[in-house]
Design a protein around this ligand. Sequence first.
Ligand code: PEP
Length: 256
Amino acid sequence: MSDRKPIIAANWKMFKTPTEGYQFARQLLPKAMNLPGVKFILCPSATGLYHIQEVVKDSAIELGGQNLHPAEEGAFTGETSARMLVACGCQWVIIGHSERRHIFHESDKDIQPKIPTALNAGLNVILCIGERLEERQEGKTEEVLRQQLRDGLAGMETYPIDRLVIAYEPVWAIGTGVVATPEQAGEAHAQVRGILGELFPGIEAETVGILYGGSVKSSNAEALSKTPGIDGFLIGGASLDLDEYVKIAEISQIEA
Ligand code: PEP
């Protein structure tokens, strides 16, 4: 993805009220204008989206949801539809985050229908995949990535794959402070690209952006940014702090 801007996506999880998110976005705006070499995506909780879209509309900052329900609408208490995300100014949605998989027990089969729903609604998708520590220790990383991609992307052969971004997020690195080494991340990204090429033989696997996520901070962003095959970051904890988030973006722009 060398001719594309690195993506610096912020996953705020269940942090920041609408007002806090709005203020963050306002402060980010002038800084983002000075960093035209990266693509900023903010993914606040659903309650913050509508408020923040007022700030980021017509700017270089894009907005994403953290999840969606695959149905168009219906009696699904607590859920958010693709149409609602679009109406709140979203261009993106995160699907299959490891916290959805492991805390809320979402399986690849639950995740799969969300992807065509999102694409059909005009959203770009960040599909999160990644192995648990024990799976890595047992040498099963590639097997897990293959299964998550195969089952999560089942039936997607005719869909616009260039609107899909994969986030490789090893579960053992998310929110733990333990970051994958550039070698570990680079190897997994190459595996993901290879698997995408197998699953979608007609497409250029190079057209799919692959982000790294898992304890990214300004102190480790440089080495990861320099790693071939890493097209940007999905950032949790460090994205809650404006200075830290912008620092990661600055580093990514320099290394791009
Ligand atoms: C995430 O939530 O996607 C994530 C990578 O979190 P953190 O950066 O805090 O590890």
